[in-house]
Design a protein around this ligand. Structure first.
Ligand SMILES: Cc1cc2nc3c(=O)[nH]c(=O)nc-3n(C[C@H](O)[C@H](O)[C@H](O)COP(=O)(O)O)c2cc1C
Ligand SMILES: [Mn+2]
Length: 489
């Protein structure tokens, strides 16, 4: 059974002993951030702050801040289980005989169930506030870091429609709260929400925007998922939870919202309007500098009678978003491999904050294959932002950073094996020469071939034979050698 809403997920975490309720009064100004930071860095539990100064609404944070909870959120026991679920979709073998066709039927009906369902009445609309009743100041919005420009809504599902196709997009874009009914709208240039906004601006039209705060975990995750433009995040969430997401039409605008959401903000973004946004302590580990961004005017708030405010903080890794990032890596890898089939494995170390470092291993088949792989990655969706790509042969253990470092550094002749390219870079990359434009680096750490102009001999890697290892395993207890840890054990 998938989690239908946030409270079901909270209850499940509590039953697992993986959630702590905090009843002592704490401030949403910096205090919750400091507590949440310590909790995530120490592999602590999810946190529910029930007594937040200045608000009656409890704050939930770190719900996704461990691999265990991330898997729980997606209703998976392991990443392998996800690959197994995708396999019939990615490698469909047409049923051969009548019997096989009949057997395939349940799978097809199962798939039909993952489409969003429209409902008429919804928990997220138990209370409706419009006009003067709208007051964002009543929400326990966190000020995360000392130099932040103010409080920021950090995990909002920003829901918009494409002006041309009416297709719905969902993206998590942070929102700086300016006053009781205005916020910033920090969709970066390359993101789908910004793309749709450009369409409205060209036509000089006002853009309707709904923002859901707090929903079932699969739906929240879908807002972060880097789906290609035009692919529905709500459909993706339905597939992840094996059950379509119930949607309800917002009360005052023509945008669908998750019926089971905790809080929904309804309003608009006007074409051309910009306001200073930031600084904001960002997931780079640095403050993103202030800049001009669109403005969201909130004209209505709908909510549950007793909502929970779901949030997160970003900062120096590892943070909660690192675990969301790992889930993105694992859930999307089977799809990426469909497009770049030579990929054996892919890993984004958390210190690389998603876009700074990607390690991949390939089944190298032809001269220049490593470079072809880099360019394919730079040419695919949000992977275009990857500042450094290191390509290894298939036997590399990418999740072992000591092994990766050793392997990459021994395998390169830097001038020959490092390739620089110019192109789009992440908007948060403050080191790039220009905003959103800069250089990227690919490192070919594969064994070099004769056909690639390598005229020398490439040595074998040192590995003990299996039979000697087995013999020593057997005699080990008799040897009386106590290891104090390290790589040999
Ligand atoms: C906690 C968190 C905060 C984020 N904040 C932003 C943001 O402020 N602006 C932005 O463009 N992307 C932000 N992202 C990344 C987007 O959610 C992500 O790129 C997503 O795929 C965008 O959806 P889209 O492809 O439909 O545009 C954030 C991600 C996380 C996990
Ligand atoms: Mn999208």
């Amino acid at each position: 059974m998938p989690f239908r809403n946030l409270s079901e997920f909270l209850r499940a975490l509590e039953a697992d002993g993986d959630l702590v309720r905090i009843t002592r009064e704490v401030s949403p100004r910096l205090e919750i951030a400091e507590i949440a930071d310590r909790a995530v860095k120490g592999d602590g539990p999810a946190l529910l702050f029930e007594n937040v100064s200045g608000s009656v609404v409890p704050v939930a944070i770190n719900l996704f801040a461990s691999r265990r909870r991330m898997l729980r959120a997606l209703d998976l026991s392991s990443w392998e289980e996800w690959e197994e679920r995708l396999a019939p979709l990615l490698d469909p073998t047409p049923p051969a005989g009548l019997l096989d066709k009949l057997k395939a039927l349940p799978k097809i009906t199962e798939l039909a169930q993952v489409f969003p369902k429209t409902v008429r009445s919804a928990p997220c609309q138990e209370v409706v506030e419009t006009g003067d009743a709208v007051d964002l100041g009543r929400l326990p919005v966190l000020t995360c870091w000392p130099q932040d420009a103010g409080p920021f809504i950090t995990l909002p599902l920003v829901i918009t429609r494409d002006p041309a196709t009416a297709k719905v997009n969902v993206g998590v874009y942070r929102m700086q709260v300016y006053d009781r009914n205005t916020t910033g709208m920090h969709w970066q240039k390359h993101k789908d929400g910004a793309g749709q906004a450009r369409g409205y601006e060209r036509e000089g039209r006002r853009m309707e925007v709904a923002v859901a705060i707090g929903a079932d975990p699969a739906t929240v995750f879908s807002g972060v998922a880097p789906l290609p433009p035009g692919i529905s995040e709500f459909l993706f969430a339905g597939f992840v939870r094996s059950e379509g997401v119930p949607l309800v039409e917002a009360k005052t605008i023509g945008v669908p919202v998750p019926a089971e959401a905790e809080i929904v903000l309804e309003g608009y973004v006007d074409p051309g309007e910009r306001r200073r946004e930031g600084p904001f302590g960002d997931h780079t580990g640095f403050y993103s500098l202030d800049d001009d961004f669109p403005v969201f005017h909130v004209t209505a708030v709908t909510r549950r009678r007793n909502p929970v405010y779901l949030t997160t903080i970003v900062g120096k890794p590892p943070m909660e978003d690192g675990f969301l990032g790992e889930a993105v890596e694992r859930l999307f890898f089977p799809l990426v491999r469909k497009m770049i089939p030579e990929l054996v494995d892919m890993h984004l170390p958390v210190e690389g904050i998603f876009h700074n470092l990607m390690l991949v291993s390939i089944d190298k088949r032809y001269p220049g294959h490593a470079r072809k792989t880099m360019h394919a990655i730079w040419g695919t969706g949000q992977m275009m932002f990857t500042k450094t790509i290191v390509v290894f042969d298939r036997d590399a253990d990418l999740r072992n950073s000591a092994d990766s470092l050793w392997r990459a550094l021994t395998a390169i002749d830097p001038e020959r094996d490092i390739e620089f390219v110019h192109g789009p870079v992440d908007e948060l990359d403050f080191a790039a020469r220009l905003p959103c434009y800069g250089s990227k680096m690919g490192i070919d750490a594969t064994r070099k071939w004769k056909e690639e102009g390598f005229a020398r001999r490439w040595p074998d890697e040192i590995v003990m034979t299996d039979d000697v290892r087995r013999r020593v395993d057997a005699m080990w207890p008799e040897l009386g050698i106590r290891l104090r840890g390290g790589a040999a054990s």
